[in-house]
Design a protein around this ligand. Structure first.
Ligand code: NAD
Length: 356
């Protein structure tokens, strides 16, 4: 490992805490600092896990440049802090979202510039605009929507959505702050001679994700089956046919670790990083898996109203990054769910008040 001190902003969150711990487990001689303001409910549960794995924790807020400065020097920034919900700002103030996801990211970039650190940015598939994604030709194929056979277009096809999918049109404030951050990163790399990689992630999941209705649906679905609580199929007919690819956090870690070995070459690029078609699931299919694994049934409500940022089908075409670093997702949907259920059972006392 060429980097000696990694700063992970949002380092107590689902992605940040898992990446920090996995880096420390692989490379004992490096320092890893997790900075987090603990805004996300459940992130406080990461503090013991981080400490037990040798990850240093700094309670800080990326909206305050002084908090980032207090970390001292570092040579790699992994930017994982965010208001991560695509629904944030609809019908409520967007200020936290913008101040964190955009202004906060610029503070992170300034900190990286001060220390000439490399940057890995966790962006999102939601940089792609909503209407063109909704306009994709879909068929209802058993328990899921599928792309109509033989149809392809610019940036989309059987393998999913690629990086050249057109970027024109509204995408939610969440998506817009992420795309704006991508643009700023690109300018920082060019103007200040820094190195950085952007990953446009599809749905990420695994143990220690604090799933809620507007973010982290895989864990939410599993937890409600095990602990009880309401669930509903929302939008697109209210029957749960919408499809996402899901990526296990350990597969994300492997991809980032490989990217870092080639950061000079890959710097400046944005990659779609997700589970792909083979690791995709519809909500109805997820229900079936959860019923089997929990041995219980939830009476799932149907809500036909489609929320403004909802999309019916998204699969990451990850061929650009797969070809660049020789990476493919290895953990199938059933294995991901089996791990999540084992974690939910093992930590029920801690998790039930948060996830029920
Ligand atoms: N989980 C996914 O499915 C997914 C998909 C695509 C992209 N992403 C991106 O990956 C990154 C990590 O997401 P996650 O799933 O771990 O979310 P998360 O909510 O679990 O983690 C984000 C962390 O950031 C912290 N945070 C929020 N505002 C902050 C601030 N102002 N200063 C410091 N810390 C702050 C929160 O307390 C939380 O611990 C985010 O940028 C998200 O947009 C996630």
């Amino acid at each position: 490992m060429n980097h000696k001190h990694i700063l992970i902003s949002g380092g107590a969150g689902f992605v940040g805490s898992n990446l920090g711990i996995l880096f420390k487990q692989d490379f004992q001689d490096i320092r890893v600092t997790a900075l987090d303001n603990l805004k996300r409910r459940g992130s406080e549960l990461s503090l013991n896990r981080l400490a037990n794995n040798g990850v240093e924790f700094t309670h800080g807020d990326i909206r305050n440049p002084e908090d980032l400065a207090s970390v001292g020097s570092f040579d790699l920034l992994i930017e994982c802090s965010a208001e991560p919900s695509v629904h944030a700002g609809y019908g409520s103030s967007p200020s936290y979202l913008i101040n964190t996801n955009l202004t906060g990211t610029t503070h992170c970039l300034e900190a990286a510039r001060a220390h000439e650190a490399d940057i890995v940015f966790l962006s999102t598939s939601r940089v792609y605009p909503i209407k063109p994604l909704r306009d994709l030709p879909l068929d209802q194929d058993g328990s899921r929507f599928s792309l109509s056979k033989k149809e392809t277009g610019v940036g989309w096809g059987r393998s999913g959505i690629a990086e050249n999918f057109p970027l024109i049109g509204p995408r939610s404030l969440y998506g817009a702050t992420k795309l704006a951050s991508e643009l700023l990163i690109s300018e920082y790399l060019d103007m200040y001679g820094l190195r950085g990689i952007t990953n446009r992630c599809g749905v990420l999941t695994g143990p220690w994700q604090m799933g809620k209705v507007d973010q982290g649906f895989v864990v939410l679905w599993a937890a409600r089956h095990l602990y009880g609580g309401a669930l509903s199929y929302m939008g697109f007919g209210g029957a749960g046919h919408q499809v996402r690819d899901i990526l296990h956090i350990a597969d994300l870690y492997r991809a980032i670790k490989l990217q870092l070995t080639r950061i000079g070459e890959l710097s400046g690029q944005a990659f779609n990083l997700g589970g792909g078609l083979n690791t995709s699931v519809s909500l109805r299919e997820l229900t079936q898996i959860c019923e089997l694994m929990s041995e219980s049934k939830v009476d799932i409500q149907s809500d036909s109203a489609t929320r403004p940022a909802d999309i019916p089908w998204y699969i990451s075409d990850h061929s650009l990054i797969s070809d660049a670093i020789g990476w493919t997702p290895t953990i199938p949907v059933e294995t991901i769910l089996a791990e999540i259920f084992a974690w939910l059972r093992d930590h029920r006392q801690q998790l039930e008040p948060i996830l029920k």
